[in-house]
Design a protein around this ligand. Structure first.
Ligand code: PA5
Ligand code: MN
Length: 184
């Protein structure tokens, strides 16, 4: 392929040109949230809200390339739990680079032994995810959380292990603001 440039709108997260656009609704990630009853209620009341969208750069998912994607997580909660991504490992245990572009978020990361690390993601912050660390991004603000993620072309997302084992911590809204709480 030949070199190209793409325009990144930091406020909206819109990437031009982009190859694919992903839209993840609550009904597609029910198992991720602790409060199943609140999720069902929200789907009934809000008509299955879009939790997040993503735009992929037109880069081949092959060894040697760097693929990148913007994600836009809407503000909101399922019960006390903030809207968030499904979360995943990468099949090759490859590293990933995140850049906050708008809004306020937390990245919940855990390694294969279950060690937990939480980092804030805001427009002035980059987060490095080392090989072997699963990651999930949580929108703890009142506006869209927008960020960029860059990773090796052959990294491939592995959702199955997180769907099976879950994360050891959840981010919940409390009277004192967002709190990271160990999962039951
Ligand atoms: O690769 C990444 O970490 C991101 O680009 C995510 O894929 C994106 O934020 C969407 O989250 P998930 O893949 O967990 O649905
Ligand atoms: Mn990733």
């Amino acid at each position: 392929m030949i070199p190209f440039s793409a325009t990144l709108d930091f406020r909206s997260g819109y990437l031009t040109p982009h190859e694919a656009a992903l839209e993840r609704r609550l009904s597609e990630m029910l198992g991720a949230y602790a409060d199943a009853e609140a999720a069902r209620r929200l789907i009934g009341d809000a008509g299955d809200p879009v939790i997040y969208r993503a735009f992929d750069a037109p880069v081949p998912e092959e060894r040697g390339h760097l693929v990148y994607r913007t994600t836009i997580i809407s503000p909101g909660r399922v019960g006390a739990e903030y809207f968030m991504t499904k979360g995943h490992h990468h099949e090759l245990d490859s590293a990933e680079f995140y850049l906050g572009m708008a809004g306020t978020g937390l990245m919940v990361m855990q390694d294969r032994a279950g060690v937990l690390q939480v980092e804030k993601l805001t427009p002035d912050v980059t987060v490095y995810v080392p090989p072997g660390w699963a990651h999930r991004t949580v929108n703890i603000g009142d506006d869209n959380l927008v960020f960029l993620a860059v990773y090796p072309g052959d990294a491939r997302h592995d959702y199955a292990s997180i769907e099976r084992d879950g994360f050891t911590a959840r981010v919940l809204a409390t009277d004192d603001g967002p709190e990271v709480v160990m999962a039951e």
